[in-house]
Design a protein. Structure first.
Length: 318
C-alpha cells in the first residue's frame, strides 16, 4: 500500500517570498518580510509599473511621516529631537542633514517665489539707474599701478568677452594659479556690475549648500564652549543643524507674516535656542545663558566669514 503525502501549499502571503535575499544573498526565512541584513523587501515578484509606483509613493509617504513628526517635535519640544537622535532613537526622525537641506531648499524656493517681483525689478545697468547708484556701479578696485591685478582689471574692462588664455597672452603676465584667480574674480565682478539680476539668479540656488557647510564651522565653537563636557563633535553638529532648520522656518514666517515686528521673531528664536540648549546640554540657567551669549557672537562671526567667502567664490565662478 502506497502512502501519498500531501504537502500543504504555501500561504498566499508567502507566495513570492524567498529563502535568500536577492540583494545581499543573506539567508532568510519565508516568514520574514524584509532582510534583516540589508533591509530589502523579501519578494521574488516580477517588477511591474504598479509595483514601481507603489514603492515610489511608499518612500514618499514614509519620508513625509517622519518629516512631519520631526518638525512638530522640533517646534514644540526644543532640544528633544537632537537629544533623542544622539541617544539612538533615529528611525522616527529624519536625518538632521537631510532635514536641514530639505528645509533650506523649500525656504529658498518659497522666498524666491514670494519675492519674484522684486527679483525681476533688478535690471541690467542703464542710464536711468546709473545716476541713482553711480558710486556703487562705477566702483573700481584701487590696485597699485603695473601690478598683475591692475593690468588684469584694465584688460577685463576693455575686453570683457576675452578668455583667461587670451588675457595672459595679450598682457604678457605669467600663467599661474594666482593670476587665474584674479582674472576670474575681476571678470565675475565686471559681469556682476553689468547684470546684477543674473548674479542674484546664479547665487540663490547655491545658498542652501553654503549654509550646509557653514554649520560645521559653527559647531567648532560649540565644541570649544562645551570642551569640559567632552561631548563628541557629531552631537554638536546634529544640534546645530536642527537649530538652523528652525531658524529658517522662523525666518520664513517673518517674511510671510510681515505685520509682526522683526525683533519679535529674533526674541522668539533666542528663547527657543535657550530652551533647546537647556534640554540638550542639561545645564543650569545661568550657565546656559552665558554660553548662549558666547554662541550668538560666534554665530555672527561665522556668518561674516561665510558670507565673505560665499560672495568672493560666487563672483569668481559667475
Amino acid at each position: 500500500m502506497k502512502l501519498k503525502l500531501r504537502l500543504k501549499a504555501r500561504p498566499k502571503r508567502f507566495r513570492h517570498r524567498s529563502n535568500t535575499c536577492l540583494n545581499c544573498e543573506h539567508a532568510l526565512d519565508i516568514s520574514e518580510r524584509y532582510c534583516s541584513f540589508c533591509g530589502q523587501k523579501n519578494s521574488t515578484k516580477e517588477l511591474t509599473i504598479k509595483e514601481l509606483l507603489m514603492e515610489f509613493f511608499a518612500g514618499i509617504i514614509a519620508y513625509d511621516s517622519r518629516f512631519r513628526k520631526t518638525i512638530s517635535a522640533l517646534i514644540f519640544k526644543p532640544g528633544k529631537v537632537s537629544r533623542d537622535y544622539v541617544k539612538g532613537k533615529r528611525v522616527s526622525y529624519v536625518n538632521p542633514f537631510r532635514f536641514f537641506i530639505s528645509t533650506a531648499i523649500i525656504f529658498f524656493l518659497a522666498i524666491s517665489w514670494i519675492n519674484k517681483d522684486q527679483l525681476n525689478s533688478i535690471e541690467s545697468l542703464s542710464d536711468e539707474n546709473i545716476s541713482e547708484s553711480e558710486e556703487m556701479t562705477n566702483y573700481e578696485f584701487d590696485f597699485d599701478n603695473k601690478t598683475p591685478a591692475s593690468i588684469l582689471q584694465d584688460y577685463v574692462n576693455e575686453n570683457p568677452s576675452s578668455s583667461y588664455n587670451e588675457a595672459i597672452e595679450n598682457t604678457g603676465l605669467q600663467n599661474n594659479w594666482s593670476n587665474r584667480i584674479k582674472f576670474d574674480f575681476l571678470l565675475g565682478y565686471y559681469r556682476l556690475k553689468e547684470n546684477p539680476k543674473a548674479f542674484v539668479n546664479f547665487l540663490l540656488p547655491k545658498l542652501p549648500f553654503f549654509l550646509f557647510f557653514y554649520i560645521p564651522i559653527l559647531s567648532l565653537f560649540s565644541t570649544l564652549i562645551y570642551v569640559r563636557r567632552k561631548i563628541p563633535y557629531a552631537h554638536h553638529l546634529i544640534f546645530n543643524y536642527n537649530q538652523q532648520a528652525i531658524f529658517l522656518i522662523l525666518l520664513f514666517l517673518a517674511v510671510f507674516i510681515d505685520f509682526i515686528w522683526t525683533w519679535v521673531w529674533v526674541l522668539l528664536f533666542l528663547f527657543y535656542l535657550y530652551k533647546s540648549m537647556r534640554n540638550f546640554y542639561k545645564q543650569g540657567r545661568l550657565k546656559t545663558l552665558f554660553k548662549q551669549f558666547i554662541l550668538i557672537n560666534s554665530y555672527l562671526m561665522t556668518i561674516f566669514i561665510v558670507i565673505t567667502l560665499m560672495a568672493m567664490s560666487s563672483i569668481i565662478f559667475f
